[in-house]
Ligand binder design. Structure first.
Ligand SMILES: [Zn+2]
Ligand SMILES: [Zn+2]
Length: 255
């Protein structure tokens, strides 16, 4: 199983997960044209996509879903709550899933779980090929026992580290936005994410990538040492997904 990011942050998110002949695009927060361009950058053609899986309806996750899905006739997997927020002209492409039931998209098994976030029915996922498990967790205000259980013993984790509390507090966001971002239905701050890493079993971990970093209220220089301490590893091992470039293909291997 291999995976890459086309970009991550409040200006757009799209993650790609591939195994065998199946390649899933998780969220499409960029315009369809921009998504095609970014796919080219990692030597992948949009026509080879198998499906789009949508985490929730915020614009930084669904901007390009409609046009890309229509153009390539891609099935769009979404919860009923999320699907209801997509425009009517993709309804015939929608495959609704329950947040509590594993489903398959050809070679890839998808286990969704609900997350506390200010959207209609947001979910995040563990993707598996039967051999390796990749956990994706962004856009949530707090962790829950269900989330901790889902992410334990993953081989790769793509984990939100949205903001540094001090930077957010002292920054120039208006108060209502500060409350929204740091609230229980907002985004995980660096310390919350590091605590999650300490809490779950990470003994199988081959990849950790910090995701959805705020460009205004965070810095890789704060995230990397925190994650490295939580995992008791070198800082250089901590991956960071960039807003403009995401990250290039990474692969899960069997030792
Ligand atoms: Zn987001
Ligand atoms: Zn969101």
């Amino acid at each position: 199983m291999r995976f890459a990011s086309l970009g991550s942050g409040s200006r757009g998110n799209a993650t790609i997960i591939s195994h065998g002949k199946t390649t899933v695009l998780v969220d499409c927060g960029f315009s369809a044209r921009e998504t095609e361009k970014r796919l080219q950058r990692i030597a992948f053609d949009a026509s080879e996509l198998s499906a789009i899986v949508v985490t929730h309806e915020h614009a930084d996750h669904i901007n390009g879903v409609r046009v890309l899905a229509r153009k390539y006739q891609l099935p769009v997997y979404a919860t009923a709550g999320t699907a209801g927020c997509l425009t009517a002209d993709v309804f015939d492409l929608i495959h609704e899933f329950s947040c509590h039931e594993t489903f398959s998209i050809a070679d890839i098994e998808v286990t969704p779980f609900p997350v506390p976030h200010d959207a209609r029915e947001p979910s995040q996922f563990v993707f598996s090929n039967g051999l390796h498990r990749l956990g994706l967790l962004t856009d949530l205000g707090m962790t829950t026992p269900v989330i901790e259980q889902a992410l334990t013993l993953c081989d790769a984790l793509l984990l939100e580290a949205n903001h540094d509390m001090t930077m957010l507090d002292s920054g120039d966001y208006p108060d209502h936005l500060k409350y929204r971002v740091s609230g229980r239905l907002g985004h995980l701050n660096n310390v919350q994410s590091a605590k999650l890493l300490e809490k779950i079993d990470t003994s199988r971990l081959q990849h950790i990538v910090a995701m959805h970093l705020s460009e205004k209220n965070n810095s890789p220089n704060i995230v990397a040492p925190l994650f490295a301490e939580a995992l008791n590893c070198e800082q250089s091992w901590i991956g960071l997904a960039e807003q403009e470039t995401g990250f290039d293909w990474r692969e899960l291997t069997t030792s």
